[in-house]
Design a protein around this ligand. Structure first.
Ligand SMILES: *Cc1c(COP(=O)(O)O)cnc(C)c1O
Length: 450
């Protein structure tokens, strides 16, 4: 029997609008608060950090936002991205479910992060910004923004979590190749960095600390803007190109997902694939379940608390109403570096609170096992982050099989793992550990939120 496996769109069929889910949310998210006054933030308060084009998107209630031509042009270097039927994986796990995946690893950055990097660099360029700062964990986001900035003629300074800077030099080299400056964080360049180093000169750094440094640098210089690779509304907006394409591709496959799965760090790739399907639920009565998969060692969605918290460690960012483990939470050093963030962002948090999506947590060794199974069946070696989505999809398929109700499952394969081979090596040599987190540890971290 011949089965079609790959569903592609032509360049002409590529969607030309992003989807803004705020327009359709039954309960709107609570407003961000100013870190000093704790009053709802005004657009001009954000102007020191972001260009007005992005601030407008952050607060927009329009359902659709046109993707600018120059952004579409660069998207076309790797989009539309392919959608595959995972027939070999289905066979390997012996499921009656139909499993599909959208592959975002084909971008220059090797992940979905290019989708927002290009858009953010573009809006900065439009307003004459000459220099930007950002943070990066293992380096995926920094890599994505480095090329986007280079393309639009913007200088970029990246604060990279020190432990990754030391242990994972390849992304740093990629960023340098794209002409970005990479600084290990915490650094002596900022007050935030110096404060952390004074307390712990050997600090391995964290995403929260690196954000504090990048924000501080941008806030201190009117010529410099800051950029974040996940969490914020405009970032999630830019990623909806994934789900909009997937809707068209599922249609070409003559199928429709009962379940959509994405791994979850700050929520951008999960939102990207799922928001357009949640829209179909809200507007057209469809019943797709959207499931976010987070690491058991960083379980903000499944075990965090919904409350106002900072996006960074030092407390320089606006306060966001979100599921959080506390801005001082430092997750165990699992290899899915992109999933080690303490908070979930306001859109996803409100959707979860309202029961419009679900969340599960998974252990790292199970995820690597499934990542290897996926590589051996489908041929793509997944990013450690993406193995959480694979695991979520496989677990849901097993549950459907047990219930005797086969379903259609779509997951987002957010990136490839070619620069994470050392993590696979550790998995094969049985050096990986699972990290159990006690309720007490979580309670203590949340109690530190000011
Ligand atoms: C950054 C990253 C993630 C996690 O970030 P989200 O904003 O939650 O999508 C997942 N997968 C890959 C490959 C990443 O680079």
């Amino acid at each position: 029997m011949k089965t079609t496996k790959k569903f592609i769109l032509t360049e002409q069929e590529m969607p030309t609008r992003w989807y803004n889910i705020i327009a359709d949310m039954p309960n709107k998210p609570l407003p961000p608060l100013h870190p000093g006054t704790r009053e709802p933030i005004k657009p001009e308060d954000l102007a020191a950090l972001f260009p007005m084009g992005l601030i407008k998107q952050e607060a927009s209630t329009e359902r659709y936002i046109d993707i600018p031509g120059e952004v579409l042009d660069l998207y076309r270097s790797y989009r539309p991205s392919p959608l595959f039927r995972a027939s070999a994986l289905e066979k390997a796990i012996g499921t009656n479910c139909r499993i599909y995946y959208k592959y975002e690893g084909g971008s220059y950055a090797g992940s979905h992060k290019a989708n927002t990097a290009i858009a953010q660099a573009y809006y900065n360029k439009l307003e004459g910004v000459k220099k930007m700062t950002t943070e990066t964990g293992a380096g995926q986001w920094g890599t994505a923004l480095s090329f986007a900035c280079r393309h639009f003629g913007i200088e970029l300074e990246v604060f990279m979590v020190r432990i990754s800077y030391e242990q994972k030099p390849y992304r740093k080299i990629m960023m340098n190749t794209y002409d970005a400056t990479v600084v290990p964080s915490p650094s002596e360049l900022t007050e935030s960095g110096r404060k952390i180093l004074a307390e712990d000169p050997a600090s391995p750094g964290s995403l929260g600390i690196a954000i504090s440094e990048a924000v501080e640098r941008a806030a201190a210089d009117a010529e410099v803007k800051y950029s974040l690779g996940s969490v914020l509304n405009h970032v999630l907006l830019h990623q909806t190109i994934i789900g909009e394409e997937a809707l068209l591709q599922m249609n070409k496959a003559g199928d429709y997902p009962d379940i959509v799965v994405g791994c979850f760090g700050g929520g951008s790739n999960f939102s990207g694939i799922s928001f357009p399907f949640i829209r179909e639920n809200l507007l057209n009565g469809n019943k797709t379940r959207a499931i976010a998969i987070e690491p058991a060692s960083c379980p903000k969605l499944t075990r965090g608390k919904y409350m106002y918290d900072f996006g960074d460690t030092v407390g320089l960012t606006p306060l966001l109403a979100m599921y959080t483990l506390g801005h001082n939470f430092v997750p165990a050093k699992i290899h899915a570096g992109g999933l080690r963030y303490h908070g979930a962002g306001v859109l996803v948090s409100q959707l979860l609170k309202d029961g419009l999506m679900e969340a599960r947590s998974k252990l790292q060794k199970d995820c690597f096992r499934n990542g290897v199974l996926f590589a051996r069946s489908e041929g793509i070696l997944p990013a450690p982050e993406s193995t959480y989505a694979i695991t979520g999809a496989i677990d849901e398929a097993r549950k459907c099989d047990e219930a005797g109700i086969p379903q259609t499952i779509l997951f987002n394969l957010s990136g490839h793992g070619h620069l994470d081979l050392s993590a696979y090596d550790k998995y094969f040599s049985e050096e990986l550990e699972d990290h159990a987190l006690t309720d007490k540890e979580i309670e203590e971290s949340i109690a530190m939120i000011r």
